[in-house]
Write a protein that binds this ligand. Structure first.
Ligand code: PMP
Length: 411
């Protein structure tokens, strides 16, 4: 049975209120899922229910509402533990998302363990969030940032990676899947090779969480970062998974309430994991709602989602590449459902604006991957990224829109 017959996409679409609207007089076609995907009603309801029914601060309260909120918040920690298959629940730290998770590791692990002339490796495919925090800590510690080159199709050059690794390599930070090109990286191999030289590995899972199976024990990664809003959950929430023995060795990220055991003016002792890294009142409502995003994904199953999205990607790739003026950017063998393209002589912003006039939402520009754009010799791209609620009919509309733009604007 193919994914198309197995999944009732119309039924899935009905769970997403935002999809059922007109934009510029046309039915909305939302192809900006790599930036943030849409939220099913059960996620939205969870936020509303918390504020309407049991808004209270968590952990320290003993009254009924506080206990209910704490229980719901900690339920998400357990479901995220399962979601990434972490060994211990205290290995799940709540953050605002991938950016904060990477900054946390760079500022605590990086600052503590990097020394002068140590090396940190990132790839040429990285989002600015997985470049700049490392640049900052490398500058401070006089360490070196090394970059794995990528190939023309947008894959990591593994032989170049092997050559970069040495005894000075202390951290390797790499994405599971690229937001600009969709490339799925061979992270198991990358992690294994890094461990052979004694480096720790952080995986940026922003583009993987909604699409790929995540098993941090199988990957054997040291850190794994997720943003809730890219996996059908609310913005402003996410996790850092970290191996317990490493998290225990790391100093806290921020000081304040919750992350302490005892405070005197002379000395403060820090709380146990995971609270050591969760200073202050967290984003309670959105963490609670993240649990519903996990339920949404699990009800369909990652396998079915991936299979259907891959069908959409193949279809979109065929349709777009059949338009002579279109040049696809990023054609790696293994990809999540992201397709970037350019049209020679037409600026991506113009394409984006004209597609918006037809109700089609795509992203244009450098996608927070300026070094990657430089490497590919383009200023930016138009990026269509697909989710489980998208359809082939919508892709037909995209292809039609692109054709019309080409005919209208091509000199
Ligand atoms: N890494 C990748 C690969 C991303 O796609 C993004 C978001 N575009 C980020 C990191 C940053 O995630 P967030 O903005 O949720 O912190």
């Amino acid at each position: 049975m193919t994914a198309t017959t197995a999944l009732d996409i119309e039924k899935i679409r009905l769970q997403f209120p935002v999809l059922h609207q007109q934009v510029n007089g046309k039915p909305l076609i939302y192809f900006d899922n790599a930036a943030t995907n849409q939220k099913p009603k059960q996620v939205i309801d969870a936020v509303v229910n918390y504020y309407q029914g049991y808004n209270a601060n968590i952990h320290r309260g003993i009254h009924t509402l506080a206990e209910k909120a704490t229980k719901a918040f900690e339920t998400t920690r357990h479901s995220m533990q399962k979601f990434v298959n972490a060994k211990h629940v205290e290995e799940i730290i709540f953050t605002r998302g991938v950016t904060e998770s990477i900054n946390l590791v760079a500022s605590t692990y990086g600052r503590t363990f990097l020394k002068e002339s140590d090396e940190v490796i990132v790839s040429g495919l990285e989002h600015h969030s997985n470049i700049v925090p490392w640049q900052m800590v490398c500058e401070e510690k006089k360490a070196k940032l090394k970059v794995i080159p990528i190939t023309e199709v947008g894959e990591i050059d593994m032989s170049a990676y092997r050559k970069l690794l040495n005894a000075k390599t202390k951290i390797v930070a790499i994405n599971h899947a690229s937001n600009s090109l969709g490339t799925i990286n061979p992270i198991k191999e990358i992690i294994k090779l890094a461990h052979e030289v004694g480096a720790v590995v952080l995986i940026d899972g922003a583009q993987a969480a909604a699409h790929l199976e995540i098993d941090v024990q199988d990957f054997d990664c040291d850190f794994y970062c997720i943003s809730s809003h890219k996996m059908y959950g609310p913005t402003g929430a996410g996790i850092l998974y970290g191996k317990k023995n490493l998290l225990e060795k790391m100093p806290p990220y921020m000081g304040g309430g919750e992350m302490i055991k005892d405070v005197t003016f002379e000395k403060t002792t820090y709380n146990d994991l995971p609270y050591k890294f969760e200073a202050g009142t967290p984003n309670i409502a959105d963490v609670i709602a993240l649990n519903e995003a996990v339920n949404f994904i699990n009800t369909i199953s990652k396998e079915q989602i991936a299979e259907y999205e891959s069908e959409l990607l193949t279809y979109a790739t065929e349709k777009l590449s059949a338009i002579p003026a279109v040049k696809l950017i990023g054609t790696a063998k293994e990809k999540v459902a992201v397709q970037s393209f350019i049209i020679e002589g037409i600026h991506p912003f113009d394409i984006g604006q004209m597609l918006d006039a037809r109700g089609i939402a795509v992203r244009t520009g450098h996608h927070c991957t300026q070094p990657l754009m430089d490497r590919l010799g383009v200023e930016g791209t138009v990026r269509a990224s697909f989710s489980v609620y998208n359809t082939k009919a919508e892709i037909d509309e995209l292809a039609e829109g692109v054709k019309r733009i080409v005919n209208f604007l091509k000199p």
